[in-house]
Every structure is written in C-alpha cells, then in structure tokens.
Design a protein around this ligand. Structure first.
Ligand SMILES: CNc1nc2c(CC[C@H]3O[C@@H](OC)[C@H](O)[C@@H]3OC)c3nc(N)[nH]c(=O)c3cc2[nH]1
Length: 377
C-alpha cells in the first residue's frame, strides 16, 4: 500500500521535494498544474501536454463542467478522464470561486448558492453536497471542498463570518463523501481549503480547523485575489507553519514564475494559475531570462529561435520574428505556440526548482533567479 504523499528531500528551509501517488499516476512535487477549466487546456492538445509540456496533472472545473456538458453526458462518458482522453491525474475545483467570479445574480445562504448560468441565464443551486456529487461524477483524483473564497479587501467581521461558513461547509463535504463512495473505481482525495483573508488570527484558526480535518492534502485559498504580493507571501508563510508537514500543500491560483519560486520556498507543493495560458494569448511569454512581449517591434527581424533555453519543440521550430508576425496577423497559431511555450516553461521552472531542492542549494538559487525571471526583455 503506497502512501499518498512521500517527502523525498527536505531543505534548509520549508521547501521540500516529494511525490504524490494517485490511481492515475505519480505527481512529482513541487508541481505546477495547467488549468483545463472546461475539459481543455486552451489551444493545447492532450498529446502535447503529455509528450512535450510533460504535464503531470491538469485541472478541471466543477462550475463549468456542471453547466456544460453537464453531468448526464459526463457520467455516460465514464467521467472526465475518459471524456477528454487524459489518463493522468486530474484535480477539480469545487465551483464556489467561479460562482462568485462568473455567474450573475447570486443568492448566498447557509444552504448554498443560487446563481444564474453565465451561458444561458438558467437558474441553478450549488451546495457543499451538490459540489461533492458533481466532483464524484467528474471523477477527479483530487477534488476541493466547497468553500467561499473570501473577497479582497474584506473587513475583519466579514472575513470571520466567511471563514466560519467555509468551515461549516467543509464538515458537510466530509459527511457527504463518507456516505457516498467513488463511482468509477479509482480513489478520489478531498482537499479542504484554508480561508481567513489577510488576518493572521483568522488564518491561524482556519489552518488549525483544516489540519484537524485529517484530509490527504490541504489547500490555501483566498489568495491571489488582488492582495499585494507581500501579503500573499506573509499569509502563505504563516499558514504553512501550521498545516501538517507530511501532507501536500496546494496554493490556489498562484501565480507568476517568481511567485511560484517564492511559494515553493515557503513550503508549497502544488500550484495552479491561468497566467501561462491567459498571458500567452496576449503574446506575453515567460522565459528563464525574463518576460517577452512578442508583439514588440524589437523582434520584427530577430530570426533566432523563439527561446534558446526553452524545452518545447516550439522553442526550436519557430523564430521570434515568425511568432511576432503571427500575433500581429492575429493567426490562431500564435496563441497555440505561445501557450505551449509558457506551459512547458512553467513545468521546467518547477522541475529545476525540485532539482535544486534535491541538490541542497534551493535558497541560494532562488535569490539569483528571481530578479532574472522578473526582467522585461
Ligand atoms: C486566480 N486566483 C485564485 N484562484 C482561486 C481559486 C480558483 C482556482 C480554480 O480556478 C480555475 O482557474 C481560474 C481553475 O479551475 C482552478 O481550479 C483549482 C479558488 N478556488 C477555491 N475553491 N477557493 C479559493 O479560495 C480560491 C482562491 C483563488 N485565487
């Protein structure tokens, strides 16, 4: 019997290298998880994700998949792995965040959230139990508790009430999953989510409640919602001090390449963000030398490879001048090349970070690489 999470190497600080074992395969941590919200990582094929980008786990999303294609089709397909032909691990979010960020006319109650679909305006209701049922039907290997992502900024009493609601909803998620087992035969691991906004005392309470739940892994929510970067690091540092060392820690919605390296240094094992794919579609490429805006005129006659230090085939096959041309001409291929490049870079970023943790020089490496990653090329 394998354990869900094994730490292979610790460091002089909180960074660690480990591996998560699921029924759909092993995830080496620290890891970045490409966002595939509506059953696709935008503009990227599954075989590219696997063979070129070397993605080890991707994300799906309860809110979107529930609305379209819906759970009847999802179940008839045999779950999301079958439906999208992805046989590696999948993680799904619980839908709360998207209900608040995407739907209109939401009505919140203790019971759950009534909302209008952003697709066709139809009314729906999602509760902790409903979110768990949907995530059972999607069949993700790791799935998130139904929480309220406390908005930022938020005054203390509101943050306290929101956090306490998330804790009551967590209990309902756990009770439901104890009474309703997996439907596709593979194990699914529930991760609870720490809230508490930017208040240290609330974050301490929430981290202790979440740790007490005894789940296989734990997530830090309510960050990367507009707060200053220093606040995000401070809260992450305080919460990882409390969350158990022997369980993976997932920081939701983070972040830039430098956010990722900093977070790994603060004891984070798993991260997700739309940045590599969303910024790619706006011609912003991340590289080890810094950030490139491909629409910049400076690349117009630069026929050198897209990224000589890139690990993807697109970095070798195409020149800067050609990719700039595609963006200026609004060719679809531009977004595909940029998305593949950025995702391959993010996976390489965490792979190299893992190697430095194992080599024992992560923190020295971090100090010199972060200013380089932030450069504007
Ligand atoms: C961007 N910043 C950010 N995203 C966040 C998400 C969505 C990630 C989810 O949203 C989709 O990507 C946009 C992905 O599907 C991802 O799945 C986990 C959060 N989800 C929950 N349940 N609770 C939180 O506190 C939370 C905080 C976040 N901060």
């Amino acid at each position: 019997m394998h354990s869900f999470f094994e730490i292979e190497k610790t460091s002089s600080g909180k960074a660690r290298a480990g591996k998560i074992t699921t029924d759909h395969g092993v995830i080496e941590t620290p890891i970045f998880m490409p966002v595939g919200t509506v059953a696709s990582v935008k503009t990227v094929h599954q075989h590219e994700l696997k063979e070129d980008i070397k993605a080890q786990i991707i994300l799906g999303n309860t809110y979107h998949l529930y609305l379209r294609p819906g759970m009847e089709i999802m179940q008839e397909a045999g779950g999301l792995h079958q439906f999208m032909n992805w046989d590696r691990p999948i993680l799904t979010d619980s839908g709360g965040y998207q209900v608040f960020s995407l739907s209109s006319s939401r009505k919140m109650s203790e019971e759950g959230v009534k909302f209008k679909s952003h697709i066709d305006g139809s009314y729906h209701f999602i509760s902790p139990e409903k979110s768990m049922e949907i995530q059972r039907q999607i069949g993700a290997d790791i799935f998130m508790a139904f929480d309220e992502c406390t908005p930022y900024p938020c005054e203390y009493n509101q943050a306290k009430l929101s956090m306490e609601l998330t804790h009551r909803w967590l209990k309902r998620c756990i009770d439901w999953t104890n009474e309703n087992k997996e439907i596709y035969g593979h194990q699914q691991h529930l991760f609870p989510i720490v809230q508490g906004s930017t208040y240290s005392d609330l974050r301490k309470i929430s981290a202790e409640v979440i740790a007490e739940a005894g789940a296989d892994g734990n997530a830090i929510g309510g960050l990367s919602v507009g707060e200053p970067e220093e606040e995000m690091y401070r809260i992450t540092d305080e919460v990882t001090d409390i969350l158990p060392k022997e369980k993976p820690r997932y920081l939701m919605g983070v972040g830039t390449p430098w956010n990722i390296i900093e977070s790994i240094g603060l004891g984070i094992d798993m991260m997700d963000c739309v940045m590599p794919t969303r910024n790619a579609r706006n011609a912003m490429l991340f590289t080890w030398q810094g950030v490139m805006n491909m629409k910049n005129k400076k690349w117009e006659k630069d026929f050198s490879p897209l990224d000589e230090f890139g690990t993807s085939y697109v970095d070798r096959d195409y020149s800067k001048a050609y990719v700039r041309h595609l963006f200026v001409a609004k060719e679809y291929l531009a977004k595909q090349i940029a998305s593949i490049h950025n995702l391959a870079f993010y996976l390489d970023l965490v792979k190299v970070a893992r190697e430095h943790i194992i080599a024992g020089d992560f923190y020295e490496w971090k100090e010199q690489i972060i200013p380089q990653l932030r450069q504007r090329l």
